[in-house]
Design a protein around this ligand. Structure first.
Ligand SMILES: [Fe+2]
Length: 223
């Protein structure tokens, strides 16, 4: 029996690898574990947000398939394909940013003083309070989008950036460390137009371990 399992395991790995190489569709992650674990974020709000996120996953897969299967026979086809390709970044960034956002929610502990991330915040912003002030002020910009704390691996610098909708304003080559959704759907059912109230709730539930690990992973990859 054990021998049988040993024989089938490499076959399974080869089959899995082949499937991935063929371009398996993205699968929406299950974030239901966050329900009841994120103070200030009701079940209704989170469920609605998960449904929106699943829509981005579905549309990303659909657009990738459309691009893959599209035949280009004339100028009209070329223009149609261009339009579809322009849409891909919007949907795919919507999917990826939501995953980064949900992944950095649900923490209970503060950022460890003197951790590498803490040190870098002091280095580039003067203090963690100054960094937070800048991050939240960025989040008060009018419009819908995201606030992202980036790490630039080349210069080793931190940067708070505003991303309009999902796809405008990303720092090329920057690694998103902390991601905050500031589309109205992220807070309006709980906080109405009080974006500051939502950001305060968000800050009380950041998973700093996840954020710090993103920085460490980036540094390992760059070294
Ligand atoms: Fe969202």
């Amino acid at each position: 029996m054990i021998l049988q399992k040993m024989i089938w395991f490499p076959v399974f790995l080869i089959a899995l690898t082949s499937l991935l190489q063929a371009g398996e569709p993205y699968i929406a992650k299950d974030y239901s574990y966050l329900i009841g674990k994120v103070p200030g974020f009701s079940e209704k709000l989170l469920q609605m947000h998960f449904t929106l996120y699943q829509g981005y996953v579905k549309n990303t897969n659909m657009i990738i398939e459309m691009i893959r299967n599209r035949e280009v026979k004339n100028q009209q086809d070329t223009l149609a394909l261009d339009a579809i390709k322009r849409r891909l970044g919007w949907e795919m960034d919507g999917m990826i940013l939501h995953e980064l956002y949900f992944d950095n929610l649900g923490g209970k502990k503060a950022l460890i003083p003197n951790s590498l991330l803490h040190q870098k915040m002091i280095e580039y912003f003067g203090s963690m309070d100054q960094w937070k002030k800048d991050f939240q002020n960025t989040g008060l910009a009018r419009g819908v989008g995201w606030v992202i704390l980036y790490f630039d691996g080349k210069t080793q610098r931190l940067c708070n950036s505003w991303v309009s909708e999902h796809d405008v304003g990303h720092i090329a080559g920057g690694i998103p460390l902390l991601v905050m959704d500031v589309w109205e759907h992220a807070y309006i059912t709980e906080y109405e137009l009080n974006r500051q109230g939502y950001m305060d709730a968000f800050f009380s539930t950041i998973d700093w371990e996840v954020v710090q690990n993103r920085l460490l992973t980036c540094l390992k990859t760059n070294n």
